[in-house]
Design a protein around this ligand. Structure first.
Ligand SMILES: N[C@@H](CCC[C@H](N)C(=O)O)C(=O)O
Length: 288
């Protein structure tokens, strides 16, 4: 089978985007891994599939696969690329579209300044749904949040805030993100027994109440240059723990995102807003 694709990136988190709006597309895990392979395929962190929607008020369905072949619930940087793609390809002439993921309804807005804003929905702190099993873990309260102590396989331990943005995140505060032990500690947090479906591991450096640096070791994909849901999760955690104000600039290795959450003033069901770049890199066709 020959498949047309578009390569896109959002703050250095890169994607292979496929239009499946005209005819249904079934890709198996081997084909997805081939698309994601940086040596033998196209290469990307995630594969995004755009599908038509017959749900009233919903423009498209948005499916996300990590480059290992697993389907996942959410991808924030991908959401920004999604609306750029449907606009550039003429699939929609709207400046704002609504898309359905497996567990969320997202609103994606093309802004006049060239960036994209996304209503990412509300954070979730319900542990069984993450899933997160805190049995036997120590916990410490700070501000209005909780920090759980995770004993690690190498004998070390770390404190993490746990929440979902549709997909699971464990965020730890570090003194210096540039020198944080992401490669050593990331995989241990990702596969910790407390997270039966594994987790994305964030390393958050607070610069001041409106600025942070962040690195994320993503579930399956490893460390990426930016993780959109990871940025939302880290900022929400920082706001709840009393470290951050409600609007924060997030510096990552791949670019800058602005994250806003009015969770303290409006309550925890307030949606998280993410604003950042989204760009087409190239197009092509691949044999699968
Ligand atoms: N890059 C993403 C997140 C992609 C999914 C994640 N690796 C997971 O397994 O949950 C983002 O920008 O949010």
């Amino acid at each position: 089978m020959k498949l047309r694709f578009t390569k896109m990136q959002g703050a250095g988190n890169d994607f292979v985007v496929i239009d499946a709006t005209r005819e249904p597309l079934r890709l198996d895990a081997t084909q997805i891994r081939h698309l994601g392979d940086r040596r033998f395929g196209v290469g990307c962190d995630q594969i995004l599939v755009i599908e038509a929607s017959d749900e009233p008020g919903v423009d498209f369905r948005y499916r996300i696969f990590n480059n290992t072949g697993d389907e996942v619930e959410h991808c924030g940087n991908g959401a920004r690329c999604f609306v750029r793609y449907v606009s550039e390809k003429g699939l929609s002439d709207k400046r704002s579209v609504k898309v359905r993921t497996v567990n969320r309804l997202l609103e994606l807005h093309l802004r006049d300044d060239g960036r994209v804003s996304v209503n990412m929905g509300a954070p979730v702190f319900d542990f069984p749904s993450l899933p997160f099993d805190p049995t036997g873990l120590g916990v410490r309260r700070e501000g209005g949040g909780e920090l759980w102590t995770l004993p690690l396989a190498d004998g070390d331990a770390c404190e993490v805030a746990v929440l979902s943005m549709g997909n699971p995140h464990a965020v730890q505060r570090v003194a210096d993100a540039d020198h944080a032990p992401v490669a050593q500690r990331g995989p241990q947090v990702e596969s910790h027994a407390a997270f039966p479906r594994r987790v994305n591991a964030g390393f958050l450096q607070v610069i001041d109440r409106g600025h942070v640096k962040l690195r994320v070791f993503e579930r399956d994909a490893g460390e990426t240059l930016t993780c959109g849901t990871g940025a939302c999760a880290a900022v929400v955690a920082g706001i709840r723990l009393g470290w951050l104000d409600e609007a924060v600039e997030v510096q990552t290795r791949g670019g800058q995102l602005r994250i806003e959450w009015a969770g303290l003033s409006q309550g925890p069901d307030a949606p998280v807003w993410m604003t950042g770049p989204a760009q087409t890199v190239f197009e092509g066709e691949i044999s699968l």
